[in-house]
Design a protein around this ligand. Structure first.
Ligand code: NAD
Ligand code: UFG
Length: 336
């Protein structure tokens, strides 16, 4: 039996592959990725960490024939679906590209899965589907989205709920991630954004390593501990282990279940900057600028359901998250 990982050479996918390979059951892993936001160098790094190889297929999930061939050639029994575009700002500039890649690509994947009677799925959703609900965010809250990227996650969630309602053979875990940061503690894999990073941690890391001159802090007048935005940062290895737990507990899920993967704790931008400075020993110049459109003051999870249903909770603290980010960034200043 094989496990298909779409988007498996990406940031979260690669860390999840490493955790899956650490399992004793030694299930074969097939990665499908079109390399639109990742590199095959990741495959060598995964092998260095785990001593094991994966099957890699360069393909676009929107390509029905290519996806069908993957299922014809491999005895897939479950899928973890990471593939998708994820830049919020870019999604407003290129909405069609986001709806096509994320939504149409997922529909094509689901169609091929159904045709091959593969009905076990773990999907990468996002806390962005909570819209402007007040934190702590729990899975019973109403959902909404404020940008095309968020809409794609919400639309896919609706598709998954409808699909599971129509056919009770489906078991789907819709994992709503909070803010993944950090890297594998080997320093061999980590987040490698193209161009100027949109997210806080890769930006801070690139300032610390000298690739960028100064961080812009988007607002210091929020109603938070120090006025800067608060988020629920979660170590990417904890997140990866959440996927392993979801996969192992899919048989407990009949239908489609939304589950938060977060720590339940909030950290402000300045707390991140100061901790990064302390751990890296580098100066991190920053300037306070106006708020970024669409940002909320504080976003953090109620993470109880993941604990109850999957027996999972995050274990790595902020110090570990930032030490591991720094190790990855300082040992790979230009990424892969
Ligand atoms: P990433 O860009 O590093 O990984 C995504 C991978 O998917 C990349 O390797 C890319 O090449 C591949 N891909 C994109 N479109 C594809 C297609 N049509 N066919 C095949 N491969 C394709 O991103 P990530 O941070 O690892 O995120 C993984 C998933 O988690 C995404 O769906 C993202 O929306 C979701 N997510 C990420 C975050 C975050 O902050 N990183 C938060 C919430 C949800
Ligand atoms: N921030 C800055 N300067 C920067 C970048 C970010 O001050 O250069 C601040 C933001 O204003 C926010 C915090 O740092 O307060 C975190 O911002 P990120 O862009 O890193 O993360 P977001 O919470 O805005 O969004 C991320 C992903 C979304 C996902 C969401 C889930 O980018 O795709 O987490 O909660 F939907």
């Amino acid at each position: 039996m094989s496990l298909l990982i779409t988007g498996g050479t990406g940031y979260i996918g690669s860390h999840t592959v490493v955790e899956l390979q650490a399992l004793a059951d030694d299930q074969d892993i097939v990665i499908v990725d079109d390399l639109s936001n990742s590199s095959t160098k990741v495959l060598d790094r995964i092998k260095k960490i785990t001593g094991k190889t994966v099957t890699f297929i360069k393909a676009d999930i929107c390509d029905y024939d290519a996806m069908n061939a993957v299922f014809e050639q491999h005895d897939i029994d479950a899928v973890i679906h990471f593939a998708g575009h994820k830049a919020v700002g870019e999604s407003s500039e290129k909405p069609l590209s986001y709806y096509y890649n994320n939504v149409s690509g997922t529909v094509i994947l689901l169609r091929v899965m159904a045709e091959h009677k593969v009905k076990n799925l773990v999907f990468s959703s996002s806390a962005t589907v909570y819209g402007d609900n007040v934190s702590p965010l729990n899975e019973k809250m109403t959902t909404s989205a404020t940008n095309p990227y968020g809409q794609t996650k919400l639309m896919i969630e609706h598709i998954l709920f409808d699909l599971a309602k129509s056919d009770s053979d489906w078991s789907i875990a819709c994992l709503r991630y909070f803010n993944p940061i950090g890297a594998h503690n080997s320093g061999l894999i980590g987040e490698n954004p193209n161009g100027i990073p949109n997210n806080l941690l890769p930006y801070v890391a690139q300032v610390a390593v000298g690739r960028l001159a100064q961080l812009q802090v988007f607002g210091d007048d929020y109603d938070t501990v120090d006025g800067t935005g608060v988020r629920d940062y979660i170590h990417v290895v904890d997140l990866a282990q959440g996927h392993v737990k979801a996969l192992q507990n899919l048989n407990k899920i009949s239908g489609c279940k939304a589950i938060n993967l977060g720590t339940g704790n909030g950290t402000s931008v300045l707390e991140i900057v100061n901790t990064f400075k302390e751990i890296s020993g580098q100066d991190i110049p920053y300037k306070i600028v106006p708020r970024r459109a669409g940002d909320l003051a504080a976003v953090y999870a109620n993470a109880d359901l993941a604990n109850e249903l999957l027996g999972w909770q995050a274990t790595r603290n902020l110090h570990t998250m930032i030490s591991d980010t720094w190790r990855w960034q300082s040992e790979n200043p230009q990424g892969f």
